[in-house]
Design a protein. Sequence first.
Length: 154
Amino acid sequence: MNESILQHYLETSIYTYVGAYKDFVLSLPDDIPSIGMLVCGQITHPSMYFTEPSPYLEETYLGKFSSYPKHRFKNENELYITAVSMIAGILRLDETGFTKNRDVTKRITVSRRQASVLFSAILKAKGIPCRSRAGFMDFGDEGESYLEHWVNEY
């Protein structure tokens, strides 16, 4: 790939700049699948409050979400729009850092967009060119509706 394009994907924005958390981010694992699983383990997607729990999802991504009290539902998309704010929110709920199997009550509740931004921010801080991409996806309802979906390219 063209060197100038790679350099462009290393640049940060107000959303992907990790600021004072750079040393913390650099202490996270370096392999991309581990970073992805770690990011997933710090957040809960708002739709999970209304999704029937499954053992696969709970064991793989969500933790014991079936025990999370529905009256605590919150969507924090507008509160956590930058990587810095997400990292601060995660650490405020549990100062031990980004942990595997984080208790669901100590996760921030944000959508795929925020997860993608946080993942991009971590990769960029580690010197891995990355970008967040948005599109629309049919999540299994045979084309009746398409929902916003975010992914990362690195």
